[in-house]
Design a binder for this molecule. Structure first.
Ligand code: NAP
Ligand code: ZN
Length: 352
């Protein structure tokens, strides 16, 4: 065991603050990674403030962070995939049983014994797992991803959650040429969905509540931008979409988007506001529409997504911040004031 510098919150109303945590020494299948960048996902904020208490209560202290890129510093004797000096990445999961039907199907996120990167029971050290707002992490090699060498690291970190969470349902619903695809909410997840939709060849329409994001949406790859609070603009798209990805972090009316789907169109929700969303039966039955959800993605698909990003030179648009600014970043996230992901430069943690 060793001590590592980290940032943690002690309670739902406490700030995220400097601390030291214990990490295990790498066992035979483990990879130890020096963390270089960690993205700030809205899920970090929901978790720190215990907003998902009904579904996934937070255990304190919490060290958030599940968009991790870094360099391997040490590997266990049985590790074949990585060696010291390699780039490596870790997303939302750090372990699963590897034997259940879900693991065998490559959807480890649904394994009954899946361990999240933070806020899951830590079977090695007791207590709960600690995430990426830290100088290093030790993870079983099965959950460590390879990073394409051509991508900037600060912009690669957010691919580990925002990237896979949008890539996975877009592939599942066969987003591609000839498809009209909507993206609701131009935040961390939403802006990745725009990039993927464009790279996959679809016609991409962004729905935003922020008029000042209009130009950016087009620059990021959208063909059209709709201000979702403008009823006239919304009306023009009724019954026309094949697929819509909803990445909104707060309460909102999903019926407004379901009504834009054409026959057998699907609206997949990836945003995770804590309150129930009211759906009218008529929003669904009128055109055999479906309303789905999607939860991150499995490890093999995460690697596929990273390789896709390497081939298409796709990274997240990031604002790099020192870790000392994390509480300020959370407040700005709540105001949709980030273009389009905060990425923490972990060198700032060392300097303290
Ligand atoms: P984010 O960067 O804060 O983006 C959320 C976007 O939602 C904002 O940029 C804003 O877009 C829109 N929005 C915010 N408040 C709104 C409101 N009151 N009404 C309408 N639109 C609003 O968050 P994120 O990191 O992308 O995460 C988005 C959600 O996905 C979070 O709830 C997060 O927990 C969840 N998530 C789910 C998974 C999964 O596996 N399903 C994985 C990761 C994250 P505009 O300014 O364009 O309107
Ligand atoms: Zn996330």
């Amino acid at each position: 065991m060793y001590k590592a510098k980290a940032y943690a919150a002690a309670g739902a109303t406490a700030p995220v603050a400097s601390t030291k945590i214990t990490r295990r020494d790498p066992a035979e299948n483990d990879v130890q990674i020096e963390i270089l960048y960690c993205g700030i996902c809205h899920s970090d904020l929901h978790s720190v403030r215990n907003e998902w208490s009904e579904f996934m209560a937070t255990n304190y202290p919490i060290v958030p962070g599940h968009e991790i890129v870094g360099r391997v510093t040490k590997v266990g004797s049985a590790v074949s995939k990585f060696k010291a000096g390699d780039l490596a990445a870790v997303g939302c999961m750090v372990d699963s049983d590897g034997t259940c039907p879900e693991c065998r199907a490559g959807v480890e996120q649904f394994c009954p014994n899946m361990i999240l990167t933070f806020n899951s029971p830590d079977k090695h050290l007791g207590g709960f797992t600690y995430g990426g707002y830290s100088e290093s992490i030790v993870v079983d090699q099965r959950f460590v991803l390879r990073v394409p060498e051509n991508l900037t690291l600060a912009g690669t970190a957010p691919l580990l959650c925002a990237g896979i969470t949008t890539y996975s349902p877009m592939r599942r619903f066969k987003v591609g040429k000839g498809k009209k695809v909507g993206v609701v909410g131009l935040g961390g997840l939403g802006h990745m969905a725009v990039k993927f939709g464009r790279a996959l060849g679809a016609h991409v329409v962004v729905f935003t509540t922020s008029p000042n994001k209009k130009e950016d949406a087009l620059r990021l790859g959208a063909h059209e931008v709709v201000l979702s609070r403008d009823a006239n603009e919304m009306q023009k798209h009724v019954n026309t979409f094949d697929f819509i990805l909803d990445a909104v972090s707060a309460d909102h009316d999903v019926n407004a988007y379901l009504n834009l789907l054409g026959r057998e169109g699907d609206l997949t929700i990836v945003g995770a506001p804590p309150k129930a969303l009211g759906v009218y039966a008529f929003s669904l039955i009128m055109r055999n529409r479906s309303f789905s959800g999607s939860n991150i993605g499995g490890i093999a698909e995460t690697q596929e997504m990273l390789d896709f990003c390497g081939q298409h030179t796709i990274t997240s648009d990031v604002e790099v911040i020192p870790i000392q600014k994390v509480n300020e970043a959370y407040e700005r996230l709540l105001k949709s004031d980030v273009k389009y992901r905060f990425s923490i430069d972990m060198a700032s943690l060392k300097s303290k």
